[in-house]
Ligand binder design. Structure first.
Ligand code: DI6
Ligand code: FE
Length: 392
């Protein structure tokens, strides 16, 4: 007879992220967790792996990335080191638009190839789910090319990919002076894009789009049943988070300039605050997101890399956790939950990933550590012992 489990990991300390730490075993059947509990009552298994007392967490989840893009912005980084500002570079035709040009020039194959090393860096630290945004094509064909490339990353590697349509990232030159016309175009294109996208995102900012403009796009997305999320309050308070929460957004991300009304709206809507300390660090920002207010209001907080060529060329979720603690004052527990349970919530995937519970996909990170704080404490050190995606 077939054993109850295909595989079981024993002699482990399980940070379940749901009901505390379990010292014991975790088993999988058909890619799904079928047992979490003591070693003594564990069912029989075709394969038994002794973890030697190691810690097991849910596989890590990077819930905000721009992993797929053409080119890089190392030259702009040098300009910034020499004193130029992000805005000056953007006004001179650099910034997001320089990545737009490189992305439009790249073939779909080239986008996949160039994203794989970045994805592999995440995977090497135990990432099993990654969100990938479009937003550097800025026309229908190139946005769809980016989303197809993102989906293909999930065929190339053992990782779950959630795609997000970020057409409203910047105004492309074809629509110069006509942001409303561009939003109209995006709304009209949404039915064609919908099969490639798991969610719709926008950049709500003085230098990008207003809450009213993004609100129109979100209304169109909701009519198609697509969840929404927003880059909000990164450089100023445009009250984007309130607008997003009004559309039942999964998350509002960045949030350095978020104020009390935005916090309250997010708490009411159950919108996750996705904190991106890598962008804060790389842009040498000084205003930190209102973590204490978010905590007080019970807004769930996630942490992500924001991996992008302009403001966060970061491919380490462990380092993002360290920055979340050192720069934003998150606790170890908040950092760990921020890259597992709350990141899953931010993707609308909490029913499938993010905690160690029977019935969820068996995505695990097995660590050579004595206590979870070590995942947050070190910088540039990778204690991953093994990684499991859907039981393998
Ligand atoms: N906020 C950011 O930090 C990135 N996008 C966004 O909406 C910047 C992307 C870039 O500079 O390429
Ligand atoms: Fe971003």
């Amino acid at each position: 007879m077939r054993p109850a489990c295909d595989r079981i990991w024993t002699h482990a300390r399980l940070a379940t992220l749901r009901g505390g730490v379990v010292e014991g075993a975790i088993g999988v059947r058909d890619g799904v967790i079928s047992y979490v509990g003591s070693a003594e009552s564990a069912p029989d298994a075709a394969e038994v792996i002794d973890c030697g007392g190691r810690w097991i967490t849910p596989g890590l989840i990077d819930c905000h990335s721009h992993l797929v893009h053409g080119g890089d912005r190392a030259a702009e980084f040098e300009m910034r080191l020499a004193g130029a500002s992000y805005e000056e570079i953007a006004r001179a035709g650099g910034g997001i638009l320089s990545t737009m040009r490189a992305t439009r020039e790249a073939s779909e194959d080239a986008l996949v190839e160039s994203a794989l090393p970045r994805l592999d860096a995440l995977i090497a630290e135990g990432v099993t789910t990654v969100e990938v945004k479009s937003g550097y094509g800025l026309d229908l064909d190139n946005e769809m090319k980016m989303l197809r490339a993102a989906r293909r990353l999930g065929d190339e590697r053992a990782v779950s990919v959630a795609t997000t349509f970020l057409g409203a990232h910047a105004l492309p030159p074809e629509f110069s002076g006509d942001a409303d016309g561009y939003i109209d175009m995006l709304c009209a294109a949404l039915p064609e894009i919908a099969p490639l996208a798991d969610a719709v995102d926008g950049f709500c900012e003085g230098i990008a789009f207003s809450p009213v403009q993004i609100g129109r796009l979100f209304a169109a997305a909701r009519r198609l049943g697509l969840p929404v999320k927003l880059h909000a309050e990164q450089l100023s308070n445009s009250r984007g988070a309130e607008m997003a929460a009004g559309h039942g957004a999964l998350s509002a991300d960045h949030l350095e300039h978020l104020e009390e009304a935005g916090v309250a709206a997010m708490a009411r809507a159950g919108t996750v605050a996705v904190l991106l300390p890598g962008a804060f660090y790389f842009m040498r920002d000084t205003k930190v997101p209102p973590v204490a207010a978010l905590r007080r209001a019970g807004v769930p907080m996630a942490i992500a890399t924001d991996c992008n060529p302009g403001t966060a060329p970061l491919t380490s979720l462990l380092l993002a956790m360290n920055m979340g603690a050192t720069l934003f004052g998150l606790t170890v527990e908040e950092c760990l939950a921020g890259v597992t349970r709350e990141a899953a919530r931010a993707l609308g995937m909490l029913d499938r990933v993010g905690t160690l519970e029977v019935g969820k996909w068996c995505d695990l990170a097995i660590w050579d550590i004595e206590r979870p704080a070590e995942l947050v404490y070190r910088m540039g050190f990778n204690p991953l012992h093994a990684r499991v995606w859907r039981g393998i």
